[in-house]
Design a protein around this ligand. Sequence first.
Ligand SMILES: [Zn+2]
Length: 480
Amino acid sequence: MTAMRFSLARSAAALASALAVSAALAAAPAFAQTSASPLQAAPAPLPADFRIAPKAESFTLDNGLQVIVIPSGSAPVVTQMVWYRVGAADEAPGQSGIAHFLEHLMFHGTTSKPRGYSQELAALGGVENAFTTADYTAYFQSVAKQNLPWVMRYEADRMQNLVLEEKRVNAERDVVLEERRMRIENEPSSRLAEAMNAILYLNHPYRAPVIGWPEEIQALRRETAIAFYDRFYTPNNATVVIAGDVQPAAVRKLAEEIYGPVRRRADPPPRLRPQEPQPPAPRRIELADARAGQPYLRRDYLAPSGVSGKPGEAAALQVLSAVLSGETGRLYRALVTDHSMAAMAGASYDPDMLDYSAFAVYAVPRAGVTMTDLETAMDAVLADIRDGTVPEEELARAKRRLLAGAVYGQDDPGTLARAFGEAAALGRPISEVQDWPGRIAAVQAADVQKVARTYLQPPRSVTGILTTAPAPAAGEAKQP
Ligand SMILES: [Zn+2]
């Protein structure tokens, strides 16, 4: 198999999240240089009206397929991404993992191309990949610009003519189970993240892992995959994003010719999911795994997403996360620099979810420091944010770090395709991405304090502790 595929378990990925509209843009080095002052280590102040990819255009074909074109970069390359507005949180009860399983099966071939496109794509020098989250499934290719029509025909073909053979489907299920073993069961920090996620959400389908529970993956059948494909993989449930060395008019013509004839196969229902009740009490989970390289403390707070939050809340939570994280951030300074209690500490927040997100804080204790002491010190930093103020200079520094990443991401077609496609998959207009810098710039210290007070509340939290000690033998002295 040539294509490397991965699924990003939502919360598990939060620590290394690169998938967010803004997180994708902001994940770039904080010392990114602006083109105006290439020798400066710190970015120059941004113009007040700085917008991301202002030349991006969006249009919709007659069959309902949305197309976004982003002229960007200077190399003669183009990235195509196809985003389906379906993810793990849209799966029927008992079928966890089907969205990600279908993502694998999409590489199996079509009526006219029974062995798929991957080998030819590689021969053309192109690269491809795909990923599934709780809210969407995306596929992408990067190729030399003259191969754009070829990759567009590839995606138009598998959007409607996928062929699934029983034997190969069954073999692919074993690949997914192996992926689960590798990425979750053999990774202590992923096991903890999966367990925390399952208790952070009391009712919402975000509680299930994106890759699925093993027993339910086992039960997935070819028919289940075909039904899921027929229901959700239809042009009116997808967005094609094309970024790089392209002209919008030329892309529109190609899109009409290649994607225009793809028939609508279904009308996917509105994405109405069970909501969370008021959380009753803080929850804790401790996982001992002898394979863990280092102990680890993490806390997730149930938070609104960029879609579900009130205006300005997601931007304030992003700034809050920037105030807390990085080597100049409060958690690092308090736990690592000042008190030498931790080897690492930080925070993360991904606004790019449909219904909820988790605001996470974490720390790795130094040898000899107890989890209790580490947690007490972490709590003191959080209490300081809730009860104190964020000085103007600290606020400005946090915002600059977030925005510097956006400036850096401006030139990378892959980063832009991801940011715009993700927003589209969450039902947001392209202006939401373009205007993101303005929303960050508008955040005031009082907004940061308000979201900290509202959402960093104990009943909204799950605290997870990973220890390296071996687990006690199961059932010992407990069985009658
Ligand atoms: Zn996978």
